[in-house]
Design a binder for this molecule. Structure first.
Ligand SMILES: C[S@@+](CC[C@H](N)C(=O)[O-])C[C@H]1O[C@@H](n2cnc3c(N)ncnc32)[C@H](O)[C@@H]1O
Length: 178
């Protein structure tokens, strides 16, 4: 008899304080709708053109709402993979080209090196300490293919968030990495 071992991310779960329940699910989906409206209905502001067989990684997937809507705009052969430290908010039904796994962005599997064409991450400000941001950033670059894209969307709180300092709008940062 085999059993599935779910990785646990004790440090990350202690840092991230929000729950994974129905109320949080509703909050995240409403937040998503507001953000998309703010960005003129765009799910990504980068000039990306994904083609058949390309792979997308969504870090801190939450309810997966961004993935589900992004998938609807892409060829069905583009694979969209969502990771989160908890499966508590993952949706129960989704298309075949979407999958969810429990992983921390600070520590991704070695086998994922140079695997993803586009990496999207949104609102991890409350989930990562300064040191965790360093690990997460290094992991994101490691799993990205040469010429791939990274898009980070965060909000500034009290000027301590390292991401907005490098962004052109103090809100979103993105770029292509060759
Ligand atoms: C504020 S929610 C945002 C969810 C989604 N990105 C969105 O914009 O709707 C942050 C999510 O990141 C997850 N998270 C926190 N720390 C994480 C980590 N180290 N690695 C991956 N996911 C993490 C949380 O469990 C939560 O689902």
């Amino acid at each position: 008899m085999s059993s599935i071992i779910q990785p646990t991310h004790t440090d990350e779960m202690q840092v991230y304080i929000m729950p994974a329940d129905q109320g949080e699910q509703e909050r995240l989906d409403m937040q998503h709708r507001l953000i998309v409206k703010l960005f003129d209905s765009k799910l990504s502001i980068l000039p990306i053109s994904l083609k058949e067989g390309d792979r997308v990684l969504e870090c801190g997937a939450g309810t997966g709402i961004w993935m589900l809507e992004f998938a609807a705009q892409l060829p069905p052969t583009v694979q969209i993979h969502g990771i989160d430290i908890t499966s508590g908010l993952f949706p129960t039904s989704y298309p075949d080209n979407i999958r969810f796994t429990v992983h921390s962005v600070t520590s991704l599997p070695e086998s994922w090196t140079s695997s993803y064409n586009f990496l999207h991450q949104r609102f991890l400000i409350g989930g990562l300490t300064k040191d965790m941001w360093k690990s997460a950033t290094m992991e994101m670059f490691r799993v990205l293919v040469k010429g791939g894209w990274i898009e980070l969307l965060e909000t500034a709180v009290g000027g301590t968030n390292p991401i907005p300092r490098y962004s052109y709008s103090r809100f979103v940062a993105g770029g292509r990495f060759c």
